[in-house]
Design a protein. Structure first.
Length: 43
């Protein structure tokens, strides 16, 4: 990735969110992630 792109993304005032859960990448966790993440896309 071009470093200029990283700075461009930061300039747009993006917000990052991190969520750590146990048990790794299993379907149960992905369903939780999707139900929490999808509404944030359409705010």
């Amino acid at each position: 990735m071009d470093p200029g792109n990283v700075y461009m993304i930061r300039d747009v005032a993006t917000v990052t969110l991190s969520l750590e859960t146990g048990e790794g990448h299993i379907w149960r966790n992905w369903r939780i992630y999707l139900t929490e993440f999808a509404p944030k896309l359409f705010k």
